[in-house]
Ligand binder design. Structure first.
Ligand SMILES: *Cc1c(COP(=O)(O)O)cnc(C)c1O
Length: 450
């Protein structure tokens, strides 16, 4: 144990079990107590400042303690904090649904509310299965997902996920998912370059659909970036082809835009870049700008109509969560969407990401252990390797990313690597001089480690 733990640190270690952590690590690396935040900065109990380059697990868009959002939240809290959402409704949820339908790809017309990303995935999987069932296709009870996919931690979501680190232990409990090889552009087995790629890797999915389509309800995918897998990026053409295949084989297309939605990829939604409308679109994370848990599943009239019938026919979607459509969260989401529009954030994201791309490429590419710097919109990733020529990975047992994370924290930068991939996913309010500081600090941490 470190001798100088604060009271809050000691109390935390006594009683709190933290997410995605080996708690024994905390003996040497006690939790950092954050007292406040402003813009891209977090401040700990000793007044030390950190740049939040991961947007606090990919949720924050317009900075911590944002004036506009905090005010909207406070006003709503004095008006109505929550109400049952079956048979009741309220202004924030209604206006939010209307707005989401307007800004998402054409054809998405209905909004189902849940309260976190994993729950949204569960909703989409259940709806897809039930749709086919009610259309008489009783064999469609499996899902097709990709290697290295991440869709959340509840058992259904974990079943379609393909990151073994999170799912292997629970395999005996999981659904029998069909798994296709996902695009792997850094170590492309077809030796294509992402810029002019003809997506030959789609053939793996095509073969599985051909063989199994009669038992597949839906394909689920993270559009453009497999985020938790290590910010693995792939071209929009893959999605366009996948959508065609889904239509051909009567299989739903579930777009998990939980991480990439709301401007992350440079467009409001990643599916826009592929020109597709999914059958289900799952959104969460940035939806509330990092303020409150909320998620939605958008779908189309055809799906909705398959559930619409007399009560006695038992076709309703009987799924609910206690905090479904929470007015505070919906009000905050509405304010987030207003900020996007009124402050022209899509344009700003495009400008800022161009600046980040240029500076980061210039800074990191010369390093002998950087195999690649890649970026889509406001997500930039540094792939660390043992050997730049052969792309031989660093052994995971060395926990290189984890060690660089700790060095960076000392320097006042919060990046939380995924294995050997360091990444930036900053709040959109970050300014050019702050992008420069973020990149410099990350570079110093990398140089210091190697
Ligand atoms: C974070 C994430 C989820 C799960 O969301 P939670 O709110 O953490 O349950 C699902 N899919 C993707 C792509 C994510 O990044």
């Amino acid at each position: 144990m470190i001798a100088t733990l604060s009271h809050l640190q000691k109390t935390d270690l006594q009683h709190v079990w933290h997410p995605c952590s080996q708690m024994k690590d905390y003996e040497e690396f006690p939790p950092i107590v954050i007292k406040s935040g402003k813009g891209i900065y977090l401040y700990d109990e000793n007044g030390k400042e950190y740049i939040d380059a991961v947007s606090s697990w990919w949720v924050n868009l317009f900075g911590h303690a944002n004036e506009r959002i905090s005010r909207a939240l406070a006003n709503q809290a004095f008006q109505l904090e929550h109400v049952i959402f079956a048979n009741f409704t309220h202004e924030p949820a209604t206006l939010l649904a209307e707005k989401l339908v307007k800004i998402t790809p054409d054809g998405l017309s209905k909004v189902f509310f849940a309260d976190n990303g994993s729950s949204a995935i569960e909703v989409a999987l259940k709806m897809s299965f039930q749709y086919h069932l009610q259309k008489g296709k009783t064999n469609k009870k499996r899902f097709l997902a990709f290697s290295d996919a991440y869709h959340g931690e509840t058992l259904g979501a974990l079943s379609v996920g393909g990151v073994g680190l999170y799912s292997d232990i629970y395999q005996p409990l999981l659904l029998d998912t069909l798994r296709a090889q996902g695009p792997d552009c850094f170590r492309c087995p077809f030796h294509e370059s992402p810029a002019h790629c003809n997506t030959p890797c789609i053939s793996s999915v095509e073969a599985m659909l051909q063989q199994h389509h009669q038992e597949i309800a839906a394909v689920i995918i993270e559009p453009l970036i497999q985020a938790a897998a290590g910010m693995k990026m792939y071209p929009p053409a893959f999605l366009t082809k996948l959508k065609e295949l889904c239509s051909q084989y009567d299989v739903h297309f579930i777009a998990d835009e939980i991480a990439v939605g709301f401007g992350r990829t440079g467009t409001m939604f990643a599916c826009e870049q592929a020109g597709i409308t999914p059958d289900f679109m799952c959104l969460s994370k940035g939806l509330t700008g990092g303020y409150l848990p909320l998620s939605v599943v958008l779908t189309n009239d055809e799906v909705y109509d398959a559930f619409y019938d007399d009560y006695k026919n038992n076709k309703a979607f009987l799924h609910s969560h206690s905090y479904t459509g929470n007015p505070l969260a919906c009000r905050v989401a509405l304010e987030v969407l207003k900020i996007f529009e009124e402050e022209e954030y899509i344009k700003k994201i495009q400008q800022k990401s161009a600046f980040m791309r240029e500076l980061a490429s210039e800074t990191f590419l010369q390093h002998p252990n950087v195999g690649e710097y890649r970026q889509v919109g406001m997500v930039g990733a540094i792939e660390l390797v043992k050997n730049k020529e052969t792309k031989e990975p660093l052994p995971s047992t060395e926990r290189v990313g984890y060690k660089i994370y700790q060095i960076a924290l000392e320097k006042g930068l919060l990046i939380r690597p995924l294995g050997n991939v360091l990444y930036f996913m900053p709040p959109y309010v970050i300014e050019e001089n702050e992008i420069r500081t973020m990149i410099n600090k990350a570079n110093q941490a990398i140089v210091e480690y190697f």
